[in-house]
Write a protein that binds this ligand. Structure first.
Ligand SMILES: C[S@@+](CC[C@H](N)C(=O)[O-])C[C@H]1O[C@@H](n2cnc3c(N)ncnc32)[C@H](O)[C@@H]1O
Length: 203
């Protein structure tokens, strides 16, 4: 909502603005501002110290989370995005707070990773259930999993999608949403924030 977008303020430095402009120019899907507000406040409320992010892209969200003092491990499958993220993290002077792993999150050796207070799932939407199942083991007690893009630009509410591929993807997201809510080892709510975000708290 434009009113809330204007009244809720995030402070961005020149590098943040550079990354935001780059993302816009190159169609890189980075976290929306309201999603970032939400994520930041979850991090603060839960006193989150360690984060695993699935889907680095150009390092924008990892940088925003590390700026709150968290240690972030983040996984990116695309080599070009990985290289750009490494450069951006260096420019932000956050190389000691963020480790970027190049590879498919579904194949990464879990022994390379740690235990986390928060896991942020923001990669291939068709794989969300696999990401959740694979990484939930790495969550500390009372840890949280945040999943982004669960309304997928409102398409999840649309029953008249013409493209078959898009329809299949939207159906996968719907299936994930229903499945996620039904997981009894987590308390999950899905919010109409940013592109649709779920907060799943480990019981
Ligand atoms: C939505 S973007 C991430 C945006 C980033 N979290 C931000 O807000 O700044 C999704 C990223 O996930 C990556 N990705 C997709 N599938 C992946 C996988 N299986 N393992 C690791 N990364 C993956 C894509 O290459 C893409 O860069």
């Amino acid at each position: 909502m434009e009113y809330l977008d204007n009244i809720n303020k995030l402070e961005f430095n020149s590098l943040d603005n550079e990354l935001r402009d780059y993302a816009k120019m190159h169609d890189v899907p980075i976290i929306q501002d309201m999603g970032l507000h939400f994520l930041r406040q979850v991090i603060m409320l839960k006193d989150v110290k360690t984060i695993l992010e699935i889907g680095t892209a150009i390092g924008y969200s990892a940088i925003q989370m590390a700026k709150l003092g968290c240690y972030v491990d983040t996984i990116e499958i695309n080599e070009n995005s990985y290289n750009i993220a490494i450069e951006n993290i260096k420019k932000a002077n956050l190389s000691d707070k963020i480790s970027v792993y190049l590879g498919n999150a579904l194949e990464i050796d879990l022994n390379k990773l740690k235990k986390y207070d928060l896991i942020f799932i923001d990669a291939a939407k068709a794989q969300y259930m696999n990401f959740f199942n694979r990484f939930k083991e790495l969550l500390n007690d009372k840890g949280v999993i945040v999943t982004d893009n669960l309304l997928f630009h409102g398409l999840v509410l649309n029953d008249n999608i013409e493209s078959r591929n898009l329809r299949q993807l939207v159906n996968k997201i719907r299936k994930y949403n229903t499945w996620l809510i039904s997981q009894t080892d987590f308390d999950t709510s899905i919010y109409d924030i940013g592109d649709g975000m779920a907060l799943s708290i480990k019981k």
